[in-house]
Each structure stands twice: as C-alpha cells, then as structure tokens.
Design a protein around this ligand. Structure first.
Ligand code: AMP
Ligand code: MG
Length: 409
C-alpha cells in the first residue's frame, strides 16, 4: 500500500532544494568583525597567515638545549637559561648547554633539546643519561603555518579551533558574510501567545518559539513579527511590511488548501509564488517565492512539520545564502533500529529517534508518537531517522540512516 498523501505531483526534496537554490540571487554581503565575534560565522574570502607560526625555533619540553656535536659522555656546562618570553641569545659553545623551558627560544648554536627527565643536574653542570638525536624536541619555524600560507579558505564555518588558529597567525579582524535578517510569523485565528489563557478551541502558539530558536541556531538574526489572523488583508499588510526589513520571511500555517489558508493567494498577488507538495513526511505543503526581493518560505502549521521543513529546506538555504560551502550538508550515519518502523512508500520520512552508542554500535530507538502535532517526541529526539521515499516498513534490528540534530555536522 502506498502513502495516501502521496500523489504523482509530489516534488522530491532534492528537486525542491535545487529549484530554490537556482532561484536565489547571490547574497554577497559581508562585514569585517573583530576575531572574538566571528564564532560560527562564515569566512568571506581566503585568509592567510601574517607570520610564521611559530616565528622562532622553540622547545617542546623543559630540559637542556645543546649542539648535537657536543661530547655527550661528558658533563656539560650550563651557559644560561632560556625562558618562554625571555630568550637566551648569547653564544653557546660546543660542550655547553642552556637550561630551557617549553616554548622558549632555542639558541642558534643549539640543534636539539634533551628533556630534563633524561638528564642529571649537578649545580652548574648537567650529565645526559642518553644521547640525543638531531632536532629532538625542537619546533621548527613555520611548522604549524607559514607566513602568507592559506589558513582558512573562503566559505568556511568558523569554529573555536579556527578562532585560535587565526589568533595564532596574528589575525585581529576577519571578513565574514553578514547574518541574514529572518522575519517570521505564525498564522491562525486559533493561536494565543504564551502568557495568556486558552479559551475553547485555542492553542498556544509554539511555532514562533521553535522558529526563533532554529533561526538563531542557524546563525541568522530572528525577527519575531507576531501572529497574523486568517484574514487576507492582514496577511498582505504583514508580509509587505516584513519585506521592507527582512532578507527572508518565514510563515507557519495557512498553506494547505483549506478555506482559511490565504498565504498562497496573497503571495501570488504581492510577489512571485511556487506552491509545492514535497514528497516528505511530515511537511508536505511548502510555499516558496519572493516579495519585493525578500525570499519567502511558507511552512505548514503543524509544529513538527515546521521543524522538519525548516531543518531540511530552510536551514540549508539560509546557510548557503550566508556563504556556507558544501560542508553544510548534514552528515548521515547508520544505526541499528530497536523498533519496527512503520512506513508506506511514497514520501521520504523524517521519524524522530534517539541514538546511542552501545558497545561500539549506534543503536536508534523511536521516541514514540510520530504525529506531526506531537512536539514531545520531537523534543525527546536527538536525531531524525531518515527513511527514503520508496522504503516500506523497516524491521527491528535493521540498519537505518540517521541525521543528528542540534549539530553543525
Ligand atoms: P494550518 O496549516 O494553518 O491548517 O495548521 C495546521 C495545524 O497546525 C493546525 O492544527 C494548527 O492549529 C496548527 N498550528 C498552526 N500554527 C501553529 C502554531 N503557530 N503553533 C502551534 N500549532 C500551530
Ligand atoms: Mg491555520
């Protein structure tokens, strides 16, 4: 039996994504930021080191620096001390050594460092317990990064390690893509904002909160534009005003074919519109278009559908607009399912699961009720179980594809 909601005019997720990417104008806005503020931003242009790292030969151990040509069977005189930040720059004759600490300058006359555990100190002399090798414990100039060498290429997501790397290269400011301003609305006469109480037939508006959080996690700037009632004039006014201040506008609800679903009609009046039925579950209907140059996504209303369509469609598009390279593609892993997973062929499904590593094997269990209104099973999940379009039921114990939630991988 195939999925009752699957009709021949369904568009695959991949086709929907590539059609959106083709329609998007290039977003080339960038800004120069102090390094500290660049975490999770995306580099605009290649970045090269301003210095050699390290810029001088230095020791990787506490010990004694000497020339390999010294007679290491004899006691060596200690000519002085090289501290980190206080280099010893005098001549070190053959047969002498320098007391040295980690990170300190290795004098030009020296070509190896004997770690202190391999030496016996006696006042101003030291005897080596074992002969050193050339360049032992010496970090060479530029062995991490060379001056003018590329250290981060354009379109790279800046991680904590990248921040450290750039700092080590002396880079104080970086050019990054600007954050997109993403405005979002909820639509529906039944919605009540939290803080008020519910009358019969009303529900709390949760989509605005999940959207705000997801937009923030994507590294864009969320702009909460409130709730719009199911009234075409209100929808038109709200969308037009959002298009003046937002690069991207997202709505939830009102995109099916019910009598109170005005999003598509209004969009075709004030902008350009594509209404797609996408072959995914949850989250079939999706509107994509433009209003006065702002990209528009009309997501379905059910809370889990909002999360799935955002994660699978909106997020990769926002990341691409903000300069992410191909590494923004989510990593897919394989895990063994502890449950039988029920599915009809016809749509790609994103079921909610919890994955753990049990004795070296990834094992995933369903987090329960899979209704598109059930935020509980979404909230308990740490991954999507991704079941391909034509797949049917999956037996307990089979390997399935999973996609981790809440990560940048
Ligand atoms: P719609 O697509 O407008 O027909 O909405 C589909 C379902 O999602 C209905 O049960 C709505 O009540 C629900 N829904 C729509 N918007 C929200 C929202 N902002 N928060 C929670 N549920 C919503
Ligand atoms: Mg509605």
């Amino acid at each position: 039996m195939t999925d009752v909601c699957s009709t021949p005019d369904l568009l695959s997720l991949e086709d929907a994504l590539s059609q959106i990417v083709d329609a998007l104008p290039a977003y080339n806005q960038f800004e120069q930021l102090p390094l500290k503020q660049a975490l999770n931003r995306i580099t605009y242009g290649d970045i090269s080191s301003t210095v050699n790292v390290p810029s001088f030969r230095n020791s990787s151990m506490d010990g004694y620096a000497l020339s390999i040509n010294s007679d290491v069977t004899e006691s060596l005189n200690i000519a002085g001390t090289s501290w980190a930040g206080k280099p010893f720059t005098d001549h070190v004759p053959i047969g002498s050594c320098v007391r040295i600490f980690t990170g300190a300058y290795v004098p030009d006359d020296c070509d190896c460092v004997v770690r202190q555990e391999n030496a016996t100190r006696n006042n101003d002399t030291v005897k080596l317990n074992k002969p050193p090798q050339l360049y032992d414990n010496v970090r060479d100039i530029g062995d991490d990064s060379k001056k003018h060498e590329l250290v981060l290429s354009s379109n790279t997501l800046i991680s904590a390690a990248n921040i450290g790397l750039l700092a080590s290269c002396g880079i104080a400011d970086v050019a990054v893509y600007k954050r997109l301003n993403v405005g979002f609305f909820s639509t529906g006469d039944e919605l009540v904002s939290i803080g008020s109480s519910l009358e019969l037939g009303q529900i709390f508006d949760s989509n605005r909160y999940t959207l705000a959080a997801m937009i923030e996690q994507t590294g864009a700037t969320p702009i909460d534009m409130g709730v719009i009632l199911d009234d075409p004039q209100a929808v038109e006014t709200a969308l037009l005003s959002a298009s003046e201040q937002c690069d991207v506008i997202i709505t939830s609800g009102g995109v099916s074919v019910g009598e109170a679903d005005y999003i598509t009609d209004v969009l075709s009046k004030i902008g350009t519109v594509n209404l797609w039925k996408i072959a995914i579950k949850p989250g079939k209907p999706l509107v994509f278009g433009f209003i006065n140059g702002s990209a528009f996504f009309g997501l379905p209303g059910n809370p889990v559908s909002v999360m799935v369509t955002y994660q699978q469609i909106v997020r990769p598009i926002l990341e691409k607009m903000m300069g992410a390279g191909t590494d923004s593609k989510r990593l897919l892993l394989q895990a063994k399912t502890t449950d039988t997973l029920y599915k009809q062929p016809g749509r790609k499904e994103f079921q909610r699961g919890f994955v753990e590593n049990i004795n070296g094997q990834l094992v995933v269990s369903s987090t329960g009720g899979q209704g598109s209104h059930m935020l509980r099973s979404m909230a308990e999940a740490n991954c999507f179980i991704v079941l391909e379009q034509e797949t049917g039921n999956i037996n307990k114990g089979q390997l399935v594809t999973i996609q981790l939630l809440g990560t940048n991988i």
